[in-house]
Ligand binder design. Structure first.
Ligand code: ASN
Ligand code: ZN
Length: 324
């Protein structure tokens, strides 16, 4: 803190500065601010019911409660806020410091976590297949990222745009975890929800971004059904048109591009995907191909048309059969 006080304020980009615009399509700053922002977390406890929001048990700055779900949610939301703020200059879900609200201990043996349009909600799991859903930072990052998508590209939660909505949450969920652990693209597991299965389950995680379809293969749960290529795209009316299934295809494109580039994924593919989400160029009903084209455009804009970043992004989408 002392060093920050003594440091000369950095020269600000003037309105006539060449390069990137100062604000994105939503009027939010596109460059990092001088000082990091702090989150405003509020954790509530549904006490085993399905009533929301539940009882407020921990506010920003208050000390740990000793309830693991409460404290893991608090810490995980802090890690998620930190990644978006420090890496992309986005202060919370709306970019304006909106409070981060979460409810834990939702329902009785509840086997899921979700974003309800206002808050993140986490079940405790049934203890047989699932442990608590706050046990995984990528899951916390996934749920908060649904809020960011809702406040930016608004990808409609149906069919391909819905699978992209799911994909964006997985991508940033993975990056939150990698950023917190200081992991590069090679060291990263690219797993979503590692550590939420009990020891009884034959499986590593809920999903694998790098190898969709291989996250689990269990007697009770069955086999991970995610495709990783357009030839295996699943047409179904369930799950809003397979949003949690077909997200495996863009997930794999993202992970392949990141691994090809090496280094920290949030510095290249993360930046490109964040630019895509906030460009204002993406329709709410975007298809995989439209989203892919936009990521290539954003990669060329930020890193250059002949850049290895643009090349890796193009190649990732080609490997999963989205771009020719
Ligand atoms: N865990 C799921 C998600 O965040 C919840 C759901 O689909 N209702 O996508
Ligand atoms: Zn989701």
């Amino acid at each position: 803190a002392r060093r920050a006080l003594l440091r000369e304020p950095p020269a600000r980009l003037g309105p006539s500065s060449p390069g990137l615009p100062l604000t994105d399509a939503y009027g939010l700053p596109s460059a990092l601010p001088d000082a990091p922002s702090t989150p405003d977390r509020r954790i509530s406890d549904a006490q085993g019911t399905e009533r929301l929001p539940g009882r407020l048990v921990r506010r920003e700055g208050e000390r740990a409660t000793g309830d693991e779900a409460v404290d893991d949610a608090y810490d995980g939301l802090g890690d998620t806020h930190r990644m978006f703020d420090r890496v992309f200059g986005r202060d919370s879900i709306d970019g304006l410091g909106m409070p981060l609200e979460a409810t834990v201990h939702f329902g009785d043996n509840y086997d899921n976590a979700f974003w309800d349009g206002e808050r993140m909600v986490f079940g405790d799991g049934d203890g047989e297949i699932f442990r608590g859903f706050t046990d995984s930072l990528s899951v916390i990052g996934h749920e908060l990222s649904h809020g960011i998508t809702e406040h930016t590209a608004k990808l409609r939660y149906q069919g391909q745009s819905g699978a992209l909505n799911e994909h964006v949450s997985d991508a940033f969920g993975a990056l939150v975890e990698q950023y917190a652990l200081g992991q590069d693209a090679e060291a990263a597991t690219w797993l979503i929800g590692e550590g939420i299965f009990t020891a009884e389950v034959q499986g590593r995680a809920l999903r694998s971004m790098l190898e969709p379809g291989t996250a689990y293969d269990d007697d009770v749960l069955g086999r991970d059904p995610q495709p990783g290529h357009m030839r295996d795209y699943i047409e179904t009316v369930e799950d809003n048109g397979g949003v949690h299934l077909n997200s495996g295809i863009p997930n794999r494109a993202f992970a392949l591009a990141a691994r090809r580039l090496g280094g920290f994924a949030w510095e290249h593919v993360g930046r490109i995907w964040f630019d895509t989400l906030t460009s204002g160029e993406l329709g709410e009903d975007a298809t995989f191909a439209q989203f892919a084209d936009e990521t290539v455009r954003q990669a060329e804009r930020r890193f250059g048309a002949q850049s290895r970043e643009a090349e890796a992004v193009r190649d990732g989408w080609q490997q999963v059969g989205v771009l020719a």
